[in-house]
Ligand binder design. Structure first.
Ligand SMILES: Nc1ncnc2c1ncn2[C@@H]1O[C@H](COP(=O)(O)OP(=O)(O)OP(=O)(O)O)[C@@H](O)[C@H]1O
Length: 287
């Protein structure tokens, strides 16, 4: 970090430390609790009713299914390749066209209007396996892109406010990357990049976090770190986290709930301790 850039960042960094320690985020000068107060306890945060997905080429990715995902619950989707995990995740943020059924959230109700769908997408963070970061931009700049959806197109032409930069720094601090704020993302390790992706998701101030095979290309130590961070966010901020994994051991270690899919159908739904050999055969077959 050059001396000038460090000097620019330092006042923000110092304020950010205080901000992060109080676990409060700031948006447009108004302090907002990170905890989603209206998504408490076992109240359902997002639910699918009879949601089915058939792609235009006739592939049935999801048979009509009913699922509810609660706040402060980390749900892992397990299943063979092609079982329908990504299609389920994409149904939850309405990025895939449903053939049947409805999606509802506890704050917006049934997502049946353009406005509700836009609001839901804005409040749903998606974390991808390949990070989807801009390599030549700093970690801080990448995290700030999580704020884009909060502004009109015209507003995005202007620099981010100090409050938003503080929020982005607090999010980087949350994933232990505060010191890397001004480092280009293509200079970070794969695990660090994935943590920047999580910080960007947090900057979105989401009501729901979805993650598609986010540890697929990480080493075991980085995978455990990333999954631990997500689990902490889920329990401390009461944000439901739903992620697909291929590693059964990680599902057992980190999930509150496991949903097993096979050929677009739910064949297991329960806590990790109930994931028996029989259940695994239902999910993965005998091979
Ligand atoms: N855009 C698409 N058009 C047509 N078929 C699709 C499309 N996307 C997925 N599919 C098919 O739908 C089924 C479910 O795919 P999906 O990606 O949801 O499975 P998955 O469990 O996430 O698999 P993986 O673990 O390999 O990512 C598969 O048969 C797949 O080939």
């Amino acid at each position: 970090m050059t001396r000038r850039r460090y000097a620019e960042c330092l006042p923000l960094c110092l304020s950010c430390r205080a901000l992060a320690s109080r676990r409060q985020y700031v948006e447009d000068g108004i302090q907002k609790k990170a905890v989603k107060e209206d998504l408490t306890g076992s109240q359902s945060a997002v639910s699918l009713s009879s949601v089915g997905v058939t792609y235009p080429n006739g592939t049935i990715a999801l048979e009509p299914l009913d699922l509810k995902f609660n706040a402060d619950q980390m749900t892992v989707l397990l299943g063979r390749s092609g079982a329908g995990k990504s299609s389920l995740l994409r149904s939850l943020n309405l990025l895939v066209r449903r053939t049947s059924g409805t999606v509802a959230t506890s704050t917006l109700g049934t997502l049946d209007t353009k406005d509700k769908i836009r609001d839901h997408r804005r409040e749903t963070a998606m974390i991808y396996q390949q990070h989807q970061l801009i390599g030549r931009r700093t970690a801080l700049q990448n995290v700030l892109t999580g704020r884009m959806g909060r502004h009109s197109t015209l507003r995005t032409l202007f620099p981010f406010s100090k409050e938003e930069r503080l929020l982005a720094l607090a999010c980087l601090d949350r994933v232990d990357l505060f010191e890397k704020a001004l480092i280009r993302c293509d200079s970070l390790s794969g695990g660090q990049q994935q943590r920047v992706g999580i910080a960007r998701a947090l900057a979105q101030q989401p009501q729901l976090i979805l993650a598609d095979e986010l540890v697929a290309s990480l080493d075991p130590a980085s995978s455990v770190r990333v999954l631990s961070i997500l689990r902490d966010i889920c329990s401390q901020d009461s944000i439901p986290v739903i992620l697909s994994l291929h590693q059964i051991d990680y599902a057992r270690d980190f999930a509150d709930r496991i949903v097993g899919l096979s050929s677009g159908r739910v064949v297991f739904d329960g806590p990790p301790q109930d994931l028996s050999e029989t259940a695994l055969r239902e999910i993965y077959g005998d091979s």
